[in-house]
Design a protein around this ligand. Structure first.
Ligand code: ADP
Length: 270
């Protein structure tokens, strides 16, 4: 299995995106073809571990996925979780908050969606939008968003203490790769529906977004809820890295099948 430690931010400070190459292909000799077959093996293993997590029913896994626009969150979810039983996995996509959500604190809608014991939940965007887009677009004053790093550390600490294993992944694409992907959306009739003019506004704010990500990752990468920064320019490599991170995480958790009822050895079904 791929060594995932090069992508682990851990408590490295300060975290700089410049130290992480979006086109990197660390620890894997093959190309796209080999990468795809390696992913096949990982998705099978992930499915097996997920079955054990479900059977154990004691702990949960929360996967937080963040990226710049076109970063590949949707594609990652589609490929990495293709083998797992849908019953034990949920995906929540967080868009701009509704009126009801805005009437509560920013973690309310997030806490509602955290995983039940025995299951995996993937957050497609998350509470990190509340210190990233909210900051870049000036949706709340600095004194409010700046306090949120502490709230988030405490919130994640509480989830971890109560049995949720948290894995946070930032898919790191280059500005040039984003240009290519946005242009493809415009040019491909199958993809044009995904293009929003607002994507270009966000692209103009590339640098402030990168700064906001750097600070969010620096402030919230902890031992109990670490960030991984995954090279995003090659889709097959990104998928392989993310699935390796999840397989490794679940292997470390080592979910156990519950013991069978005693005395079943002589039971024969008639
Ligand atoms: P995606 O881009 O993830 O495929 P959408 O096109 O539905 O999904 O975009 C979701 C939008 O919601 C993004 O522009 C994102 O910045 C915005 N959003 C998410 N969370 C928040 C938040 N807490 N406050 C403001 N905007 C948010």
């Amino acid at each position: 299995m791929l060594d995932t430690t090069p992508f682990l931010v851990g408590t490295e400070r300060p975290f700089r995106l410049a130290d992480h190459d979006p086109a990197a292909r660390i620890g894997f000799e093959g190309g796209k073809h080999e990468g795809r077959s390696a992913l096949g093996a990982m998705t099978t293993r992930l499915a097996e571990l997920q079955r054990h997590l479900w059977a154990e029913g004691q702990r949960a896994v929360l996967v937080v996925l963040q990226a710049m626009d076109t970063g590949g969150k949707d594609g990652t979810i589609r490929h990495v979780f293709s083998g797992v039983n849908p019953q034990g996995v949920r995906v929540w996509s967080f868009g701009a908050p509704t009126e009801l959500e805005l009437a509560h604190d920013y973690l309310w809608r997030v806490h509602l969606r955290t995983p039940e014991r025995g299951t995996i939940t993937i957050f497609n965007r998350s509470h990190y939008e509340d210190v990233i887009v909210v900051r870049v677009r000036g949706l709340v004053p600095e004194e409010r968003w700046a306090r949120r790093f502490e709230h988030i550390r405490q919130f994640e600490r509480m989830l971890a203490d109560e049995g949720t294993v948290i894995v946070k992944v930032f898919i790191n694409i280059s500005k040039e790769e984003q240009r290519v992907r946005l242009q493809k959306r415009l040019d491909d009739p199958e993809k044009r529906w995904k293009f929003r003019r607002g994507d270009l506004d966000d692209r103009r704010l590339w640098d402030p977004f990168q700064t906001a990500y750097e600070e969010a990752v620096t402030q919230t990468s902890t031992e109990y809820a670490p960030w991984y920064v995954v090279p995003g320019d090659r889709k097959w490599y990104r998928n392989l890295v993310v699935s390796s991170i999840l397989v490794r995480t679940l292997e470390q958790m080592d979910p156990r099948l519950p013991p069978p009822e005693p005395g079943l050895d002589d039971v024969v079904v008639q």
